[in-house]
Ligand binder design. Structure first.
Ligand SMILES: C[S@@+](CC[C@H](N)C(=O)[O-])C[C@H]1O[C@@H](n2cnc3c(N)ncnc32)[C@H](O)[C@@H]1O
Length: 236
């Protein structure tokens, strides 16, 4: 489980990984070796992203242009903050370009999210908790968001069906969040682990969004059950 918990926290220091390599079990060593060879891990260091997951969102956004200057974004499961970094750059919430409209990024996570210029973070907050929705509303200009991102993932037990179900239940709660904050016409990007309940989530999203599709970005490891739903044209 050690490697999974590291993965979740997107540990990104190659040097640190090298040092740790010697003292680990064979399975842990294999995981660390994979990290060291991974081109997205290397690129995330070079581009100062907090973890490789940034490239999944960059790929999705390059194709669908969800994160435009001036947009208001909620990033669910934001720690350590790589998706928020992407969102800040793209919606101009750090005023990098004063000539462009100023966006807003609010990130939420059960864990601590290190501060980031241009983003507001609700650390130690549960996205599924209505009390979090109330706090979020106060941080959103006009109480509204254009885009909800969710890269949330529960602590993996290693039992595939159980982890799948847990994540689907978490994702289903995003429909409540959307009802509270998402603008009509807004979009949602939502990570899930594929399995029998994925259809249920897709149906739920299709009941409130005009268009729902499944994405598997190149940066998402091929052997992983990870997929994303992109839901667009929210119907209030
Ligand atoms: C894969 S990480 C997200 C990585 C992030 N997108 C990034 O680029 O830095 C998944 C995160 O989801 C968070 N999470 C899981 N369930 C959550 C919940 N109910 N509320 C808030 N955060 C949650 C976990 O704490 C974890 O930090």
């Amino acid at each position: 489980m050690w490697c999974f918990s590291l993965q979740r926290r997107c540990l990104h220091s190659s040097l640190g990984l090298m040092k740790k390599l010697k003292s680990k079990t064979p399975a842990e060593q294999r995981w660390l070796q994979r990290q060291l060879k991974d081109p997205y891990v290397k690129a995330s260091h070079a581009q100062h992203f907090r973890c490789r997951s940034a490239f999944k969102l960059l790929e999705i956004d390059d194709k669908f242009r969800l994160l435009q200057p001036g947009r208001i974004v909620v990033d669910c499961g934001a720690a350590p903050g790589a998706w928020s970094q992407v969102a800040v750059r793209r919606v101009n919430s750090d005023r990098t370009d004063p000539a462009l409209p100023l966006g807003t990024v609010v990130g939420i996570d059960l864990l601590n999210i290190p501060p980031l210029d241009g983003a507001h973070f609700l650390s130690s907050h549960d996205v599924t908790d209505p009390a979090t929705h109330a706090k979020l509303l106060e941080l959103l200009p006009g109480g509204r968001a254009d885009v909800i991102l969710s890269d949330m993932a529960p602590n993996a037990s290693g039992v595939r069906e159980m982890d799948h179900e847990k994540l689907i239940v978490t994702c289903l709660s995003l429909a409540d969040l959307a009802e509270r904050v998402l603008q009509p016409g807004g979009s949602l990007v939502c990570k899930y682990w594929d399995g029998i309940l994925a259809r249920k989530l897709q149906e739920k999203l299709s009941s409130v969004f005009g268009h729902v599709q499944t994405l598997k970005p190149n940066a998402s490891r091929k052997e992983s059950a990870e997929r994303y739903f992109l839901a667009r044209m929210y119907r209030k």
